[in-house]
Design a protein around this ligand. Structure first.
Ligand SMILES: O=c1ccn([C@H]2C[C@H](O)[C@@H](COP(=O)(O)OP(=O)(O)OP(=O)(O)O)O2)c(=O)[nH]1
Ligand SMILES: [Mg+2]
Length: 143
């Protein structure tokens, strides 16, 4: 995959930390430390620009360690990186703890996973096929 990196002095090619890692870490590409107050959110640049192959998307996901220890997660749950997006990958962090959290330049703030997806061709119909579940949902099968 083609990748363009800005701020090369402190950034190398994205890498998987272990052989079996699904995600590659995204680093904060910021000049000075950013303090995230309780419930504050911020758009953090990563210095990474990608040309993702058609038929794949990038998913920006939280790091579980940051979420567990500091309540740091993503305001958009999972960020979607479209294959035709050529801008800088950015991360929408939110601090769900009741303490300030400091993001330093080069911190690993999230991870990126590549996923193949299907595109739908829609055909309009008046009724859908029957299933056992039907319209039941939202706890329909019990808790
Ligand atoms: O966490 C994210 C989410 C999105 N993006 C970039 C890549 C993505 O391809 C583009 C658009 O994202 P999305 O479709 O989620 O946002 P939108 O609000 O629908 O904006 P748009 O109208 O540009 O599609 O923004 C990121 O860098 N990080
Ligand atoms: Mg969109």
């Amino acid at each position: 995959m083609k990748v363009k990196i800005i701020n090369k002095s402190s950034f190398s090619l994205p890498e998987y930390k272990t052989e079996g890692s699904a995600g590659m870490d995204l680093y904060a590409n910021i000049e000075k430390p950013k303090i995230l107050r309780p419930l504050e959110r911020a758009l953090i640049p990563t210095g990474i620009f990608l040309s993702i192959p058609f038929g794949c998307e990038g998913q920006v996901r939280p790091r579980s360690g940051l979420a567990l220890k500091h309540g740091i997660t993503l305001a958009n749950a999972i960020g979607t990186i479209d294959s035709d997006y050529r801008g800088e990958i950015k991360v929408i962090l939110i601090n769900l703890s009741n303490e300030d959290f400091v993001i330093d330049k080069g911190d690993r703030i999230a991870q990126l996973i590549f996923v193949k997806y299907e595109k739908a061709d829609f055909v309009e119909v008046n009724s859908l096929d029957n299933t056992e579940r039907g319209q039941g949902g939202f706890g329909h099968t019990g808790y």
